[in-house]
Design a protein around this ligand. Structure first.
Ligand code: FMN
Length: 220
């Protein structure tokens, strides 16, 4: 697969088939993706891979936590508050498109929350990774995490697998850190759900739009 094809066809997958995925294949991708560039070659990403019995146990414990409404206060703000334009509208648009495909209207908050809770079962994915960063690292190294994550997602695409990056896990960071035995100096950035996409599921049957380049690209 050409890189351009992987870039063009990748999308966040939010419904996975109940099919096993070889964890060694995913491990191989996570290792290959470490060819991603990072400032000073610092390679600030720290990964924890969940699969098999541990994944089943993690999901069961998360289901109990979700049922009890247990959440951790996020350690970092996922979005600026308030978020100005045009960013706010772009975020709003993708959310509305997704809920429209799922046939969940805006005023049906319980249904929206119920759907959102699927994040905490990795949308049914059989494998997942948690991406951490050392607390000493700053904005520049956090941006390196993004480059690494993008490289992982494109390599997964090439391997015929779908993925969904998940900042939602920041509301479960204490639980996740304890479960994966992350040292105290590491901070959770995001999860990544990995599996075979359910291509028939309506949530996977839309491609998010992008802002017109004249909004963000100018000749200097
Ligand atoms: C770092 C990061 C965190 C994200 N967190 C979530 C999340 O918690 N839940 C979710 O459903 N999507 C999440 N997304 C997916 C974005 O909503 C998605 O990338 C965006 O809407 C563009 O759609 P696309 O990935 O299908 O192109 C995240 C994406 C990134 C890059």
């Amino acid at each position: 697969m050409k890189v351009s094809q992987a870039v063009a066809q990748r999308r966040s997958c939010r419904a996975f088939l109940d099919q096993p995925v070889d964890p060694d294949l995913v491990r191989d991708v996570l290792v290959k993706a470490a060819r991603a560039a990072s400032g000073g070659n610092v390679q600030p990403w720290r990964l924890y891979l969940l699969h098999g019995d541990r994944m089943a146990d993690f999901k069961a414990q998360m289901a109990t936590r979700s049922a009890k409404g247990l959440v951790d206060a996020p350690e970092y703000p996922v979005y600026p508050q308030p978020m100005k334009e045009p960013y706010r509208s772009q975020r709003f648009a993708v959310g509305e498109t997704m809920y429209d495909r799922l046939d969940i209207p805006r005023d049906d908050k319980p249904a929206r929350l119920k759907w959102f809770a699927n994040n905490f079962q990795f949308f049914g994915a059989p494998v997942a990774a948690f991406l951490f960063v050392d607390r000493d690292m700053g904005a520049a190294q956090w941006s390196d995490l993004g480059g690494y994550l993008a490289t992982v997602m494109l390599l997964l695409e090439e391997a015929g697998l779908g993925s969904c990056p998940q900042e939602a896990w920041c509301t479960q960071h204490k639980f996740v850190s304890k479960y994966v035995s992350a040292p105290a100096e590491e901070m959770l950035f995001a999860g990544l759900a990995i599996g075979q996409p359910d291509t028939e599921h309506p949530v996977n049957r839309f491609m998010s739009t992008r802002a017109e380049p004249d909004i963000w690209l100018q000749d200097a």
